[in-house]
Design a protein around this ligand. Structure first.
Ligand code: DON
Length: 312
């Protein structure tokens, strides 16, 4: 990889350049407002962090400000469920891209209540069901997991976002009830949704997010805590599904342009795994029509191209 030859200084410089270019462009896209509390975020916030396996975190812009991780929480939920459930999980959720928007319901009925993958809303609600069924307090387990991985006690839920998600969660409730009607949800729908809304409402900074997911760039072993979070096989599997489904119905285009396993959230965050090297986390709230951050996409695309990061 080109950037290894240039060492840390050039990585920090590249992040600063890319961040400056991104904020000089006119803002495209719109901040998510279907969860009203998300609409109050300042659209000009913009940050990027690159955590490397040696424990360094290079940053530019608002990389230390916490924001709503939203669907990025689906990665942590999936890993926690894989730790508990083993291969049985894959009988209840698939591993194929959906080609549909993240909250689509039509495919779920055609496919008898089995969500296409764990990163669309239906899939993450199914994963939440397994967590609720396996932990006495799944929300606490989720938060402890994330805090441990991020090395920060400060990651916490935003109660206002949680209340707003819960009040405006009819579409997610419809997905959960449909899966329940097919017998693919074990716990009570209210309990499952409470967990799902909770994990989406957690806030983390780019720096914390990039640090927390380092294990996915290191065959399952967190290089800072030394924790074996997943087996190398499961780290491979998570990265594979991130590559095909992490950016929703823009995953193909993202693979084409960038070539890294990645996950976005409607809070404006995007994380991208650089296997063997580190994790990039970018944040800028305005979203394109697929629900992906416009400036986040352009910063990660430019960084990957400048440093030759594509896995393909
Ligand atoms: O359930 C929802 O719709 C949100 N809490 C999360 C969706 C999301 O982040 C999709 N990401 N691009």
């Amino acid at each position: 990889m080109q950037f290894l030859a240039d060492a840390d200084l050039s990585l920090s410089q590249a992040l600063r350049d890319i961040h400056r270019r991104a904020v000089e462009q006119p803002i495209e896209g719109r901040v998510a407002d279907y969860i009203p509390a998300l609409a109050t975020v300042d659209p000009i916030r913009c940050g990027i962090a690159f955590a490397t396996l040696d424990g360094e975190v290079h940053t530019a812009g608002d990389a230390e400000l916490p924001f709503s991780i939203q669907s990025i929480s689906k990665v942590f939920g999936l890993v926690l469920a894989m730790q508990r459930m083993g291969d049985g999980l894959w009988r209840r959720v698939g591993m194929e891209p959906s080609g549909q928007p993240f909250n689509s319901i039509v495919q779920l009925e055609w496919e008898h209540g089995i969500p296409r993958n764990p990163f669309i809303n239906a899939g993450a609600i199914l994963v939440a069901d397994t967590l609720v069924s396996h932990f006495s307090s799944s929300r606490q387990a989720f938060l402890s997991f994330v805090r441990r991985l991020a090395g920060s006690e400060y990651c916490d839920v935003n109660d206002e976002v949680l209340a707003s998600e819960t009040r405006h969660g009819s579409r997610n409730a419809a997905l959960a009830y449909l899966m329940k009607s097919f017998g693919n949800l074990e716990a009570e729908v209210d309990e499952v949704l409470a967990h799902y809304f909770f994990q989406c409402s957690v806030e983390m900074s780019c720096k914390e997010l990039a640090t927390s997911l380092l294990f996915l760039a290191n065959q399952g072993m967190h290089p800072i805590t030394g924790e074996k979070v997943t087996s190398p096989r499961d780290a491979h599997r998570v990265n594979a599904i991130l590559s095909t489904s992490g950016m929703y119905d823009q995953s193909g285009q993202f693979a084409f342009a960038v070539g890294l396993p990645a996950k976005s959230g409607v809070g404006g965050g995007i994380v991208a795994i650089v296997p063997g090297h580190g994790v990039i986390a970018a944040w800028s709230p305005p979203l394109n029509r697929h629900g992906n951050s416009t400036r986040g996409l352009s910063m990660i695309t430019e960084l990957a191209s400048r440093l030759g990061l594509s896995i393909f």
